[in-house]
Write a protein that binds this ligand. Sequence first.
Ligand code: G4P
Length: 529
Amino acid sequence: MSPAEFAREIEKRRTFAIISHPDAGKTTLTEKLLLFGGAIQLAGTVKSRKAARYATSDWMELEKQRGISVTSSVMQFPYKNSIINLLDTPGHADFSEDTYRTLTAVDSALMVIDSAKGVEERTIKLMEVCRLRNTPILTFINKLDREGRDPIELLDEIEQVLQIRCAPVTWPIGMGKRFKGIFHLNRNSIHLFSPTHGGKVKSGEQIQGLDNPRLDELLDGQAEELREEIELVKGASHPFDKEAFLGGEQTPVFFGSAMNNFGVEELLDVYEDYAPPPQARETVTRRVAPEEPKFSGFVFKIQANMDPQHRDRIAFLRVCSGSYQKGMKLRHVRLGREVQIANALTFMAGEREQAETACPGDIIGLHNHGTIQIGDTFTQGEDLQFTGIPHFAPELFRRVRLKDPLRMKALLKGLQQLSEEGATQLFRPLVGNDLILGAVGVLQFDVVAHRLKHEYGVDCGYENVQVVTARWVSCDDPKRLEEFRTKAAAQLALDGAGDLTYLAPTRVNLDLTMERWPEVTFHAIREHA
Ligand code: G4P
């Protein structure tokens, strides 16, 4: 690839994730986006793909029973002049850690809001995470085919609660039974609504100009209503400002109905025009620009047994600079080792294929035989370490009780792998032989027990344990750290990566310990290093 071609490839990439509260329509919208990208022929495929996967995996069976989506996947598809990498994120709150890490691998995010419900709890949390990196956000207000809340009120709520300015790009004409379509503020055109549940990409008449008499013919009294409302909206809302959008301060807003595939194309067009291509990324030592010729990337997710037939583990790596070429040698920085990567995967609409090349913004899957951890950096020689891939201090803890003591080795292997993958956090106290699991959501424990049984053949139960929170500890003075290690040994453990962690029996105890050891730092978030 010549440097000019390489620059064009980077410019084409749009890497993003959809964030939303469960049920707002993320899955439905994903499906429509894939449809526009030509990645799937018929709507319904995402759901049936899900169903097909359930059939082959016990782990998926759990998802089905619970009616939640646990895994996150990656899909790449072309749209007009772009190559889109869509990173799916688990919807359930108990799997938020996974979602947070996925958000470190995107350049922008699409927020989906249910027009009847407005801003919901999970949307707020996810926005907080996006804000850590000022990720640009686009907003899609969904389900306009149903009675919902007043659109102006919705925008107010987004501005107030999420602290981001709204710039409507499209505006709804009525809602529910009176939903007639959307007005495109930038194009000054109207797209009339026609319900489509099937796989059609385009539908509904387009009318140019708000003053067009055709509007009065088709909309009766609603045409005048619309003109007045647009007048008002234009006066009261912010015009789109690309700088502010790229800085995460303003969000362009779209209205539509994902289920009816309506308003989605308008969204994708703007996505292509405005959403940022791959951005520079911070490392401990310097900023890495995507157009640098040498390859670099970081692992943001590890998923075990995606294909139960192969019992493999895949590390998802975001390419940050340079390009991947099949068979190339890369440096696994944490281990200080060169590895040849012959069989990385790409994820075309969820189908795995061998990757020949990959560019900045793309996600590749590396086969992991237990050596790769979340946060690991791969480069073409330089010792870089990307920052900002978080581990959150768990708030829930259980002691693992093994039913068959002879399965100890298998249990340890399973827990080690599941903790590398981020399904749970494993702590091994310095004193005694306990295995303590930490989680952010209680459902994680069920998933781990289920997977230990079905993937590792280990039956285990849980016992309560007196731990309320964990803090990763560090200290500049090694002597003082050693003293702390000895004095507080009863409360100290090593986590899955071998880092020293303080397991606090009560909040009061944590406060007192922190006071007593001012030289020691207690971290609530651990960045992978
Ligand atoms: P999620 O991934 O964010 O959790 O949401 P999902 O797409 O699964 O959508 C949640 C529910 O909302 C689904 O209904 C879906 O059909 C419905 N939905 C999505 N977009 C629209 C829309 O534009 N209009 C209306 N009226 N409904 C929409 P469900 O009954 O839970 O599932 P299903 O039986 O329809 O599959």
